[in-house]
Write a protein that binds this ligand. Structure first.
Ligand code: HEC
Length: 531
């Protein structure tokens, strides 16, 4: 017994459980609202892009990592288990394992993820599916595909899943780049959908025999039910007009013809004609609104009847106080701006605890680093926010306040300029690694080694180009009308920066002119290919 007590004591020192032995979360800061003081604590650290978080089973936290893992955690003991490691997920940039929901009764898990359709790693074709598992004791069993072959793309694959108060699956899907299909009821892209728990179509859905509940969405990645069972969604806009919408049965949200409110030339007419629902609120420049939760617990009176929206680019948590009827946003509050970096997901537990997932290790900061000064470096974490008594506060921790105004955001419209340094480095690497076959002038050798001058392989699709170096090439290929069929070795042993430099060099030599390749672009392909 003595041993056990000292062990507990040791654990408590490590996890600083203090007076509350059952709480393994580690406080990192406080947030002072008008009256209430909130404690922000680390619940899970060391994560790689936690994408979805579900707190609907009391005492448990379920969360995913985008690369294909589903975790279940006992909040009392801190015990954590990987419930699922997908072996057919296609993880790259914004896609992979996306939405997840656990049924509040604890009997089902629902997930939505992307997979590769063809077997060509140089040009992958992406689809996605919605899948249900039974949660049986400690295992997931009876995998059942509810929706399959949802067309995908290298962007805008959605998604979010929640269970409605009337026990239906609500599932949001992005436009998958198919803007001509978001208004059409014969395609599932750009929709919010509603299904029975077994995947069948509810009889009272607006389009007979279809899961479609609402249409005209771009990329909704937040769903929450408020008072009176009102459904809200958050949705990524293009360079303008991120939105929070109130979702009604059979309504049309206007994408791609209407962006944000019906306030641009031509939009008003289209809105009248097509009965477009305008958002409750829109943001330009965009802040990348993602996971959304509804808060209504008296534990944080300032946040009652509010939507809590995670912002990735905006690097903040926005709390939107709703009007009594829930039909409008009354006030907008900004918290944590820049402090924890990019925030992707929010989950509100029945006891009033709020869980927030960071996403600083994803692709975006690697592609557009100029937007992210002072970004906390990874790994990612899940934070818990809850009200505390002043007497419980640890003096040494910072006390944050509401942000007065939104920070200025850098434009995304930026091409990677080709620097002298990268070119010089790239030239060196070219001489060492490529010149023997492709020639000093990039002309190749007839019938053996293809040219690098003026070829679509070099100046075209960067993904294919980067992957050519990571994977090598041994299939017959056609370059400028000639067929080549020799072995091109893999250069996966070069660093991301070296591959970026040599590719930047060949894209800007031998008469070629194209934008440079970023280290982050190589990182993403290597991560996705597991090379
Ligand atoms: C041992 C010879 C060899 C070396 C060294 C080599 N390549 Fe290649 N490369 C080839 C061959 C052969 C192909 C065509 C492969 C096929 O037919 O499947 C090719 C194809 C390519 C292509 C696509 C087709 C084109 O010509 O646009 C690119 C781009 C390319 N190489 C870039 C490079 C770069 C960059 C390096 C150095 C880091 C390099 N290669 C080093 C032999 C080589």
């Amino acid at each position: 017994m003595k041993k056990l007590t000292s062990l507990l004591f040791l654990i408590c020192i490590i996890f600083s459980c203090g007076t509350k032995q059952s709480d393994l979360a580690i406080p990192v800061a406080y947030l002072q609202l008008e009256k209430t003081t909130l404690e922000i604590a680390d619940v899970v650290t060391g994560l790689d892009i936690p994408w979805d978080i579900d707190a609907s089973i009391p005492g448990e936290l379920w969360f995913t990592e985008q690369k294909g893992l589903v975790h279940r955690m006992n909040l009392k003991t801190g015990e954590r288990k990987v419930m699922l490691a997908l072996d057919d997920v296609l993880f790259r940039k914004s896609y992979g394992l996306l939405g997840m929901a656990v049924h509040p009764k604890g009997n089902y898990l629902f997930i939505h993820y992307t997979y590769q359709v063809n077997d060509n790693d140089l040009q992958q074709v992406v689809n996605s599916r919605l899948v249900r598992y039974d949660i049986h004791n400690e295992e997931l069993t009876n995998r059942k595909v509810l929706l399959d072959e949802i067309p995908g793309n290298t962007y805008h694959n959605g998604s979010r899943i929640i269970i409605s108060p009337d026990d239906k699956i609500i599932f949001s899907m992005g436009d998958a780049g198919r803007t001509d299909q978001t208004q059409r009821d014969d395609f599932l892209v750009g929709k919010i959908m509603r299904l029975n728990l077994d995947g069948s179509i509810p009889e009272d859905n607006p389009v007979s025999g279809s899961p479609i509940w609402s249409r005209g969405h771009r990329n909704p990645q937040g769903l929450a039910f408020g008072r009176n069972n009102i459904l809200y969604s958050s949705e990524h806009g293009p360079n303008n007009d991120d939105e929070v919408n109130l979702i009604r049965k059979n309504a049309n949200y206007g994408w791609p013809d209407v962006q944000g409110f019906c306030d641009q030339p031509g939009e008003q007419e289209y809105c009248d004609e097509h009965q477009i629902m305008e958002p409750l609120i829109a943001w330009t420049p965009t802040i990348a609104v993602a996971g959304t939760g509804f808060y209504d617990s008296p534990k944080i009176p300032e946040w009652q009847n509010s939507l809590i929206v995670a912002n990735m680019k905006g690097r903040a948590l926005r709390v939107l106080n709703l009007t009594e009827d829930g039909e409008q946003v009354d006030q907008e509050h900004i918290f944590f701006q820049k402090y924890f970096g990019r925030l992707r997901e929010v989950a509100v537990a029945a006891n009033g605890d709020v869980f927030v997932g960071t996403t600083n290790t994803d692709w975006h900061p690697r592609f557009q680093p100029w937007m992210y000064d002072g970004l906390p470096s990874g790994p990612d974490r899940i934070l818990r926010i809850r009200a505390v008594n002043k007497s419980e506060m640890i003096d040494s921790l910072p006390v944050l306040k509401e942000d007065d105004e939104a920070m200025e955001l850098m434009s995304e419209g930026w091409q990677n300029p080709v620097g002298e340094e990268e070119l010089a480095e790239g030239q060196k690497l070219y001489i060492q690694n490529c010149l023997a076959c492709h020639n000093p002038e990039g002309t190749g050798a007839p019938g053996l080694y293809p040219p690098l001058a003026n070829t679509n392989w070099v100046t075209g699709d960067k993904i294919r180009l980067i992957r050519t170096l990571l994977l090598g090439l041994s299939e017959p290929i056609e370059v400028n009308g000639e067929t080549y069929n020799q072995e091109m070795p893999s250069y996966a042993h070069l660093s991301d920066q070296q591959i970026a430099d040599v590719l930047t060099y060949i894209r800007n030599s031998f008469g070629n002119q194209a934008d440079g390749v970023l280290e982050g672009e190589v990182f993403v392909e290597r991560q996705s290919l597991n090379k």
